[in-house]
Every structure is written in C-alpha cells, then in structure tokens.
Design a protein around this ligand. Sequence first.
Ligand code: ADP
Ligand code: MG
Ligand code: MG
Length: 877
Amino acid sequence: MAKKYCYLFTEGNAGMRELLGGKGANLAEMTNIGLPVPQGFTITTEACTQYYEDGRKINDGIMAEIMTYVEKMEQINGKKFGDLKNPLLVSVRSGARASMPGMMDTILNLGLNDDVVAAMIAGNPDPKFERFVYDSYRRFIQMFSDVVMEVGKKYFEQLIDAMKEKKGVKFDVELTAADLKELAKQFKAEYKSKIGADFPSDPKVQLYEAIRAVFRSWDNPRANVYRRDNDIPYSWGTAVNVMPMVFGNLNNNSGTGVAFTRDPATGEKKLMGEFLVNAQGEDVVAGVRTPMPIAQMAEQFPEAYADFVKVCDLLENHYRDMQDMEFTVENGKLYMLQCRNGKRTAQAALKIACDLVDEGMIDEKKAVLMIDPRNLDTLLHPQFDAKALKAANAIGKGLGASPGAACGQIVFNADDAVAWKAAGKKVVLVRLETSPEDITGMKAAQGILTVRGGMTSHAAVVARGMGTCCVSGCGDIVMDEENKKFTLAGKTFKEGDYISIDGSTGNIYDGIIPTVDASISGYFGRLMEWADKYRKLQVRTNADTPRDAKKARELGAEGIGLCRTEHMFFDPARITAFREMICADTVAEREAALAKILPMQQADFEALYEALEGCPVTIRFLDPPLHEFVPTEENEIAALAKAQGKSVETIKGIIQGLHESNPMMGHRGCRLTVTYPEIAVMQTKAVIRAAINVQKAHADWNVKPEIMIPLVGELKEFKYVKDIVVATADAEIKAAGAKIAYEVGTMIEIPRAALTADEIAKEAEFFCFGTNDLTQMTFGFSRDDAGKFLGAYYDTKIYENDPFAKLDQIGVGKLMDMAVKMGKSVRPDMHCGICGEHGGDPTSVEFCHKIGLTYVSCSPFRVPIARLAAAQAALKD
Ligand code: ADP
Ligand code: MG
Ligand code: MG
C-alpha cells in the first residue's frame, strides 16, 4: 500500500509523535479526549523527509493527498478555502518529534486575499469586524512574506511603527480599520518591491508555498544549532499541521494565551500563564503589549476561564506531567491549539517529579525517566554566596525567568557576547528583548537580562531551555542599545561594566557578587537516590587532587576512574625536579631527579586514597610528551642549566631535541616507560607505598591500587611495562611485609589496542577506554585542530555533532564494543570503564551501558548527570 502522508486529527493519537510530530500527535490526542480543537490535519514527518529526498520539492503524489485532506477539512468545518461566501482560513504550523520552541515557522490567517477580504466585510456590517479582517490580513501578509519569502520582519515592523507614530498611538490595538487597511496595502507594496512579483492571491498557491516553507524551516540555521545542542537528529524532519483559524483578534471578547499547569521556574503546583485580549498568535510572547496574568481571565472571561481550568486538570491527569498549553478565546469560547509536556528549569523538573510521585500520579521509575540529565548541569553551577547576597543591595528587579546566578561584564548584542566569550570574558547579555537570532549570544552569556517580556517571552523560554540564568522584563531599565548603555537606579551602565543577576528572585545587582559551589539535597537528593537504585553502571570521576576527589564523592562518585599523574608535576615546587629528570644524560642523573619527586608523588597518592575512603582509584602513569614540561623562558632555562651543572646551550639542545612533528602521536604514554623505565619504577613505588600506608591507617578499607598504562597498542609493549611495574610493586610489598593486592591494566585508546584486545587482555587486568585519544586516532584528526573544519562538516551535514563531545557510536563505539567482547572472552571478570570526556555525556553513557561497561568516569560536576543517565539507560533496557 502506498504510504499515507496525511492524517486528520481524528486519525492520530499521542503515540504517533514520530510520524505526526509532537504538536500534531497532541492535537490528535486532545481531539480524542474531547477537547475543543479546531479540526484540521497533519502532514507527516515522512513527507518532510521525502521533500528533502526529492530535492526540496513536494512531489505531485503528496500534493494531491494534501489537497484531498483540504477538502475533508472543508467538509468537516463547513467552510471552503478561497470561498467568497464562507471562506476557510487556516494556520500552517511546524511541529517536530521533539519540541523545538520558536525554532521553526508558522503562518496564520492563510487563505486571505483582496476578494476574500472584501467578501468577508460585505457579509458583516459591524465596523469592528472590518477592523478584525484587516488586522488578520496585514498579519498574514507579514508572516507569509517573512516565513515563505524571507523578506524580513523588520521592514513590516518599521511600517507598523511609522503608522503608529503617524496616528499618535502606542499600541497596535489602537489602530483603526482604515489604518490596518492602509497597512495591508503598504505591506503588499513592500512585498512587491522586495520580491519583484505580486503577493500571491490564490489560497492554494499560498498553502503550497507555506507548507514548503515549513519543511524548509527544518533546515534553518537556528534550528540546526538547537538540534545540535539538544541531540535531535537532522533525519527526523518536521511535520506540518494545517488547521482552521480561530480568532483571538476578533474583538475584545476574544484573546490568546499561553499557560503552564505548574510553575516552570519553581515547579510549584499552580496555574501560571498569560493572556492577551484582542490578540493573535505570537503577540503574547513577542511582548507587543503587556499581557494579563492568567488568573485575571477569571473576571473578564469567566466561562472560558472555568473551561480552561478543567482542561488543565484533564490534561495533567491524562499525560501525568506538567502541561504547557496554547489556547485562544474567540467570542468568549475556548479553543485549545497546543499542549505538550512543558519545558522547565532543573529545579522545577526535580520538584515536579517528586510531587507527581507523592501525588500518586507516577512511580519512581517514571520520575527518574522524566528528568533530562543535561538539565542538571545548571544545578551544579555555582550559586551566589548566601552571605554576600544578603549584604548586597539590589538595584533593580525583573522576573526570575530562569534560575541560577550570573555575574559578568555587560554586553548589548549577541555578536559581542560571542566575541567577548571567545576572548575569555564572562558576560551578561542585556537587551530590550531577545529574538531567535540572539541564540548564539545567549549561549555565550553567563546570564541574560531583558527590559521587556514576561515569563513566557522568548528570552525566558530559551534561557530555561539552555539552563542559563535569566531575568526578564525589568521595565525600570532605560535602554540605549545603540550607544551600548542603560540606566538603572540612577546609574549609567556601559559595555564592560560588571553586573550580577539572580534568575530565581529576579534581582539585579551592581558589580560582582561572589559565588559558591552547588550541592545535592532536597528534591535533587531524593531523585538521585532513586536513580542509584536502578542504575547498573558505576560512576567514577576523573580527579587529580583530593579537593576534586572530595567534591566528586559528595556528588556521588564511587571511585576515581582516571588520575592523571602528570598534572601533579606542573606544581612550581615540583616542575624543577621534573625538568632535571627530563634533561638528565645518564640513568643515574635521571634516578636522582626521580628520587626527589617520589616522596611528593607518594604524598599526593596518599591524600587521594584518604579522600576516596577505600573506593577504587585508578592511577594512570605519565602520559604526555615531555616537551610539555620544559621551560620556554630564558631565565628558567638558565636556572635549569645551573641546577644541572650544564651549559645553557646544552639545555637548549636537549629541549630542541624533544621537538616532534606530531607530538600527540609521538614519544608519550607507555613509550616513555619503554625508553625510561626508571619513571615507571618511581611511579610504582609511589603508588604502592601510598597504598600500604593508607591501608595501615584504615584497616577497614580495602585499598587496592589500579595502575593504568596509557597508549598501549601491542601486547608485548604492555607486557614489557607491566613486568617493570610488577617487579617493583612486589619488591615494595615484600620489603614492607605488607599484604596488598593491586591490578595493572591499560587504557584502550589506540585503535590497534581495540583490534587486538583479546591479545592484550592476556596481560591487562582491566581496560579503560580513553575515548578522547581513541576518537582522535579513529577519525584521524586532532582535537585541537578539528575546530577549524568541523563547522563546515556541520553545515554540509556530514557530521551532526562534535565526536569529541558526543561519542561516535558507529565507528569508535564499534571498536569499544569489540574490545569489551574480545577482552572478556579471555578474562571474563575484568572491569572495563571509560574515562574520556564522553563519560559525562548522557547519550554516550547510555551507549556504555549497552556495551556492558562496568563504570563511566567523568569530571566531578558531571557525576550526577552520569548517575541519572546510567539509571535511565538501565530503565529503558
Ligand atoms: P510554535 O511552535 O512556535 O509555538 P505554533 O504553531 O504553536 O508555533 O503557532 C504559534 C501560535 O500561533 C500559537 O500559539 C497560536 O497562538 C497561534 N495559532 C496557531 N494556529 C492557530 C489557529 N488555527 N488559530 C488561532 N491561532 C493559531
Ligand atoms: Mg506553539
Ligand atoms: Mg589518552
């Protein structure tokens, strides 16, 4: 049977979001449960994919099917598209599988042209109706021009502003029918001057073009950035919803609104939202006028409000989650236009999940599954120091639109935010209001402050989605964006001045307020306990210092998966001895230098073992190429020469000799031990002595060192290093008369090691995937250089993500999967982990679960994210 590309709302349901998109599936679901939804149809995501396959064309078959559904819609609604007696006007709305608010396009009031307008007016003598018709018409021309023909909104906005100024009015509602008629005329002229053709009057042509534009908007730059940030595959495509218009701009007994069943910022259970009288579509969020709080609707629209409250309860109970709804009231009657599980801050997400469990709406597993692990990131960011905050005086207040603490230098536009961030500065983006073009700037900023806009304004919604602190709608700010300054509380703030904003309270502070680290407690703690119940993967941390290790333990780490020993050598007190080691000519000289380092390294390891209280600690032996440690400054070189009793020239010669063309593939990792076994001997002594001492001090702990050899590519190479480690370790243990077990394992980070994992497992007692190097060597491009060309790879859709941030499951993942299977075939009980950056990325964690790793190891602040992602992976299994 031929594929079906269109579904009436009565033919779909909530389970069909892959095909119908989230919006379409929920419009169908709302229809099914009897809610008042204008009846239209959805064109599937497969039609979108087909559009791209056909070279960005809607093929004849699909177009014919669409027209059949237009007819069905006409019959259901008793109106006809383009008809002069009873015209049907529609909206054409994008709607992908995953919600991408504001990223794609929607066109309202489609089907209008001069004849339809004239006929509508002729059919209704009320002058208010004439005003409404022209209001709809000018909106349609503007949206169509902007979305379909990409003329640019601003030209139309300028015309509106000019009209308002001419008429001496402030708001669009004050414009008369004649004014709007004149505007519609100007808009069409503007269209013609920009496009060079007349505005299309045939509704069918309008419809075709609009559908095409929505498909096309799937590929617009902001949608592409949003998808990359939110792990949404490009291949999904968007659905298109075509449905009859209902008119919130009909008169003062009409309006449009958005609402949440719970507070998206705090999670508090109360109806939250905004409603704007005599308005349409985006007016509420675009801030053309200040909307009324939803509760106020109860007085002006008692019946619609009562209906709406019922709908809210029904929807929450139906979806068992907080709902975000878009609705319109036409002549006092309520229509539902959209519902979805609402986006929320991390705080709100945790509270809502716990509350829903307590209300008996969901169980713990569902609660664990409903939190987006990436969202937790914000909670792990610093918060304002409570004491400093108390002492500070707020100079202004807006809405606490997205929680968190932000402190930085003021910038006034998105480009500056990006540039300043690139220069290593922390910035707060201050704007009149934000629009989708500001996304990159909003991402670059610590926080966002706007003069206009409510809790559902663009800035607020997007900031919450990104987990960036945002204070919106601080009307006291007198803004001068052009000259990059504003005044607040009598003070003028210029670009570069410091400001602090609190996204929870909405408070604004002059200058810098210090911040402190976050901790896990309350709802967060409760949810993490549930997560720990269900996860199978262990979560360790990458930590080199007791401070990091302690932080990670507080955040739930169950061990150290990677301690990079070289980080300890950069300490100014040690680097000298280490440089002496590098510049030694003889083994005796090298050993003398290493002897100086040994006690320091041993002390470091003791502190780590203490911090970990008997949990496993994997210590990786020296990894980077030695040139990273040598001095570059003349005076330092001279000092080194003096300490070694060598000439400056000799030292410079040695440094020169360390130069490599491809250092990342050069003399590093276990290759250092093959050439200088003394280094591994020293590090083994430090590890074993530290372990013996700490074990002695804590008889109830099980201190079992895990020594990890980096950059192994060949069994014999590993064996050579392992033999040195084992001989040294056994001698130490024997000399101390201690009883201590230890393991010697390897990083799997060279493709050859993965390919010969069964060989290597004969000697290696554990594996740990170093996916940074493994990715680098599997792709054959370096992390440090990839930035130069990855942009072009995203643009051309060759790659959708940075493989260093998100594990390449197909290629690198195949090597991992293989290595685990081959390794375990030889040594069934060996533990396998991952310690690259990917260990804290939720989708990568899910993959690690699937291939049966024992643990993931990530930076301390990502530990809770990994715990949750691991639980979700287990629950999804
Ligand atoms: P987005 O995905 O960006 O929210 P929508 O497709 O939801 O875009 O459209 C934005 C707004 O347009 C809606 O919230 C609603 O107010 C208005 N709208 C869409 N379709 C209709 C319709 N059929 N009748 C009246 N208003 C509509
Ligand atoms: Mg919407
Ligand atoms: Mg490595």
